[in-house]
Ligand binder design. Structure first.
Ligand code: C2E
Ligand code: CA
Ligand code: CA
Ligand code: CA
Length: 280
């Protein structure tokens, strides 16, 4: 038993150490990534499910690492949150996404393509957030109504007064607010009355069973009713199949997003992005 324990320890330690080293290296690289212009935004269409037209795009951050290739957010967002780097990175994303939306507006006047930008808790709590938003809108010359900020329920846990006040300030700019990953948090639904939310993004965990599973269909049906009562727009996330799409259309969900409708893509031209739309 003793040798077993020792053996396990020796196997475990080096790999644990390697993981720690890797994390430290990544953290060091992350510090320089912004200056070296290694961040890119990919855009995923948000589709009006009734007309199947693209209403806008969600901007999703990627890190073009010189050795590691394209690093997805799951590998570095938490690291950026811990170090506070998420604040300048998020500021860059806001600038870049609003600039892009203004370009779409010039290229496709009247299409009113919206852009959604994810805002993390740390970034939201930073005192400069409102200024970052107004600066980005001003520099891009973008109509604030074309910008949506995506936040999560984790924001509602602490400092509810401060949070509600800040959300109202953002709303007063004309910017819309979407609650991301709706249904996965633990907070009570009463926050939907307390916080000024415009859009619920139904988490993909509910969407994946909707074509085949009566319970999932009932949950989404209830969210549709909630949306109507509270006058919230709904976006279903993670639509991967025709079955899911058809079920969501039948349930009256207004907007959808997912690999089946279009994958996140680096291209910034709306034509190129919409080419892939509903490719089956
Ligand atoms: P999210 O905001 O919930 O974004 C949706 C994620 O689901 C994206 O992953 C997207 O690529 C993926 N997705 C889209 N359609 C499908 C589908 O049909 N099936 C499946 N399985 N996945 C789908 P991604 O781009 O890796 O981003 C992961 C998370 O990283 C995001 O989740 C968001 O929380 C965070 N994130 C991304 N960009 C930013 C950013 O600019 N700032 C901050 N703070 N967080 C970001
Ligand atoms: Ca999101
Ligand atoms: Ca989400
Ligand atoms: Ca998520």
């Amino acid at each position: 038993a003793k040798t077993n324990g020792k053996g396990r320890c020796e196997v475990f330690r080096p790999s644990h150490h390697a993981a720690q080293l890797d994390r430290e290296r990544l953290q060091a690289d992350l510090h320089q990534a912004l200056d070296r212009q290694q961040f890119v935004l990919h855009y995923q269409p948000i589709v009006d499910l009734a007309s199947e037209h693209i209403s806008g795009y969600e901007a999703l951050l990627r890190w073009q690492h010189p050795e590691r290739g394209l690093v997805p957010p799951v590998k570095f967002i938490a690291l950026a949150e811990d170090s506070g780097l998420i604040v300048p990175i998020g500021r860059w994303a806001l600038r870049e996404a609003t600039r892009q939306a203004a370009a779409w507006q010039t290229q496709h006047p009247g299409a009113d393509l919206r852009v959604s930008v994810n805002v993390s808790v740390r970034q939201f709590q930073h005192p400069g957030l409102i200024e970052d938003i107004t600066d980005a809108l001003h520099h891009a010359g973008l109509d604030p109504r074309l910008l949506t900020l995506e936040i999560t329920e984790s924001l509602f846990v602490r400092d509810t007064e401060g949070t509600a006040g800040k959300l109202r300030q953002i709303r007063e700019l004309g910017v819309r607010l979407a609650l991301d990953d709706f249904g996965t948090g633990y907070s009570s639904l009463s926050y939907l009355r307390r916080f000024p939310i415009d859009i619920l993004k139904i988490d993909k965990s509910f969407v994946s069973g909707v074509g085949v599973n009566a319970e999932d269909r009932a949950v989404i049906g209830a969210i549709v009713q909630l949306g109507q009562t509270l006058q919230l727009d709904l976006v279903a996330e993670g639509i991967e199949t025709t079955t899911e799409l058809t079920a969501l259309q039948a349930l009256g969900v207004q907007y959808g997003q997912g690999y089946h409708l279009g994958r996140p893509a680096a291209t910034t031209a709306h034509e190129d992005l919409s080419d892939r739309h509903l490719e089956r």
